[in-house]
Design a protein around this ligand. Structure first.
Ligand SMILES: NC(=O)c1ccc[n+]([C@@H]2O[C@H](COP(=O)([O-])OP(=O)(O)OC[C@H]3O[C@@H](n4cnc5c(N)ncnc54)[C@H](OP(=O)(O)O)[C@@H]3O)[C@@H](O)[C@H]2O)c1
Length: 309
């Protein structure tokens, strides 16, 4: 037996429980990983509340969690690497990462760079693939000016840094407490509580070439109002506005690959990209972790500590 997060009906954090389940065993082509850290993501809140049923239907009892890092414990038939005992990071598409053991297809793990912290490794896949997809959708060019909403959020902070690496200018809408950090990266912060349109025209009088929205709250409509072409707008959350304006809505699924995860992991390990960690909770405190995540102003990833490495 082993422990895993489960819920058996939709609801608030109190439906989340850590229960004893059958320890998974790896079928052919899969690896079994002993999980050290697992990530949390806001989409899991929507799933748990039954608000994503049309897109991602649920069967009960339901597990939870996509991102994880851990140690390879067993290999299924046909899998020869990474060897048992290797430190890896990866993702589950089966809502099963928040557990002592997770079984995934072998191509869904990569070797963890040694200098990458367990916290970042365990929380990287969704934010890395989503940020890569969002940036690729609008292809920022050197010299262009890009508005990023939620620029200091978990996805937004990676978007901001990836865009800056292209040589484009980033104007980032974020809460005031994150402005110094955004400046330290080389972005121009603006507060979303102020008169946003006035702030935007004062820092970017010639307007914006592209907009990457990680928040919703009307940023796609604002982008259109600012004269940005729909094919240079990407939102990861406002699918209705994207459909209405024929803008992009590329998210994690569009960039899901070990290569993308490895690229971002290496950048973080080499100190070229920062992934702030806001809080780490023991697996048994999963309800507290999601209570903090749901507040929406975490300043970084909320991570679950499942076991020692
Ligand atoms: N499509 C996909 O594949 C995909 C993948 C991952 C996430 N998502 C979605 O993307 C959203 C962000 O995810 P995340 O993990 O980055 O969340 P997060 O870490 O909680 O970040 C959210 C950010 O939004 C900022 N914010 C809130 N209201 C704002 C406003 N009016 N203007 C500008 N910024 C505002 C907050 O800024 P302050 O803290 O500075 O106040 C916070 O930094 C969630 O809705 C999530 O469900 C979609």
């Amino acid at each position: 037996m082993s422990k895993a997060v489960r819920f058996d009906h939709f609801g608030g954090v109190d439906v989340l429980n850590v229960v004893e389940v059958e320890k998974p065993s790896p079928s052919p082509g899969r690896v079994l990983v002993r999980v050290v850290r697992a990530g949390t993501n806001p989409g899991e809140i929507l799933i748990r509340k039954g608000q994503l049923e049309q897109k991602y239907p649920t069967t009960f009892p339901c597990g939870q969690g996509t991102d994880f890092a851990g140690i390879v414990a067993e290999l299924g038939n046909g899998v020869t690497s990474p060897a048992v005992g290797t430190a890896v990071m990866g993702w589950s598409n089966e809502r099963s990462a928040q557990a002592e053991f997770v079984s995934v297809p072998a191509e869904q793990v990569i070797v963890k760079p040694e200098s990458l912290s367990w916290e970042v490794a365990g929380a990287l896949f969704i934010v890395a693939s989503t940020a890569k997809a969002a940036v690729a959708a609008v292809a920022p060019q050197r010299g262009e000016t890009i508005l990023v909403s939620g620029a200091a959020g978990s996805v937004g902070s990676i978007v901001t840094q990836l865009v800056l690496r292209t040589g484009a200018k980033v104007v980032g809408a974020a809460g005031a407490s994150r402005h110094d950090w955004l400046r330290s990266l080389g972005a121009i912060p603006v507060g979303y509580d102020d008169d946003l349109q006035a702030s935007l025209s004062s820092v970017a009088p010639d307007g914006f070439d592209t907009v990457i929205d990680t928040v919703g709250h009307g940023y796609v409509d604002l982008a259109i109002k600012l004269g940005v072409a729909p094919n240079r707008i990407n939102t990861i959350i406002d699918f209705e506005a994207a459909a209405r304006h024929h803008a992009h809505a590329d998210g994690s699924a569009k960039a899901e690959s070990g290569a993308v995860l490895a690229e971002i992991a290496e950048l973080v390990a080499d100190g070229e990209l920062q992934v702030p960690i806001a809080a780490v909770y023991d697996l048994k405190d999963v309800r507290q972790a999601y209570t903090q995540l749901e507040q929406g102003h975490t300043g970084g990833k909320v991570v679950l500590r499942v076991a020692a490495p």
